[in-house]
Each structure stands twice: as C-alpha cells, then as structure tokens.
Design a protein around this ligand. Structure first.
Ligand code: THU
Length: 162
C-alpha cells in the first residue's frame, strides 16, 4: 500500500490520585459532586455535575437538565460554561471539574465530556486564548486531568478563514 504523509496528534491525560490534588482542585471536585445530586435527569437517570473556577477565583456549578424532547436537554458542562460566560464575560474559566453518577444509581461513573461540550470548551479557550484545565473524577478515586481541550478534541474546528 502507498505511504502517505501522516499528521499525528498525541493526546495525554494524567491520572492523578485524589491525595495528590491541591485544595483548590479538591474543593472544585467536591462542588461538582454536590451538583450531581441536584441534576434533573428523569429520562437517562445519568446525573452529571460540573463546577468551574474563574480566573478571579469565583466558583460556579451546574448539572445536566433533561427534557421530554430528548435533544432539548443540555449537559452540565455546556450549561455551566454558558451561564458563567453570560454573567462574567470577562472572566476566563480556569479549571472545569466533572463528576457523574451511574444510571443504575450504584455509585459514581466515569465521565468525559461529550463532543458538543468539547466544542463548547474549545470556544472559551479560543476567546480567552488560554487552555482550560479539565478534571474528570473517576470512581476509583483518581482524577483524569487534561491540560486543555486539545487532549480531548484533536483536529478541532477553530478557524473560519483557513
Ligand atoms: N451528560 C452530561 O451532562 N455531561 C457529559 O459529559 C455526558 C453526558 C448528560 C447528558 C444527558 O442528560 C445524560 O448525561 C446522559 O447522556
């Protein structure tokens, strides 16, 4: 077979033990955990909480909000980033933490942001010209950490004039 030029993208996530996190990151994950239980997810029963810390240190949280017309529902991450940017358009989101509970309610779930949410995170990175750190809590007590959306959304759409 013919050999073509290859473009390779390396995606790296760190697996960080809970005890190695600093207080700021632990607090943010705890805030996201609180938000999980307030999620409105009567259709999937998969509850997601997200929390963000802005550059000025303010924190906010949100959760998924479902709808009987399923596509109308919105993920925790996108609701949160839209809300914080609507209210604090000059504040860069610094770290985003995500926690979820399994649909069968048996405990915490492993969650990474869906494609739409990755694109939304990318938008705010573009606006503020800085990566947003993403922390994804895992049921085994470790945290998956991405330095920015590049690790989760390689080859992303980000230029209307290229
Ligand atoms: N969901 C989120 O809120 N965030 C994610 O990262 C993954 C999925 C929501 C959407 C829907 O309400 C439910 O989880 C099941 O997909």
């Amino acid at each position: 077979m013919k050999e073509y030029q290859k473009i390779t993208h390396t995606n790296t996530l760190q697996v960080i033990p809970w005890n190695d996190l600093d207080a700021k990151r632990k607090d943010l994950i705890q805030l996201a955990t609180k938000a999980v239980d307030l999620a409105y997810a009567p259709y999937s029963n998969f509850r997601v909480g997200a929390a963000v810390v802005l550059e000025n240190g303010q924190t906010f949280w949100a959760n998924n909000q479902e709808n009987i017309c399923f596509p109308v529902g919105i993920c925790a991450e996108r609701l949160l980033l839209g809300y914080t940017h609507a209210n604090h358009p000059d504040q860069k989101p610094e770290i985003l933490a995500i926690v979820a509970k399994k649909a069968d309610n048996s405990g915490l779930a492993t969650v990474t942001p869906c494609g739409l949410c990755r694109q939304s995170i990318s938008e705010y990175e573009m606006k503020f010209k800085k990566p947003i750190e993403i922390l994804m809590y895992r049921p085994d007590g470790t945290v998956l950490q991405a330095d920015g959306i590049d690790a989760l959304l390689p080859f992303k759409f980000e230029d209307l004039n290229q």
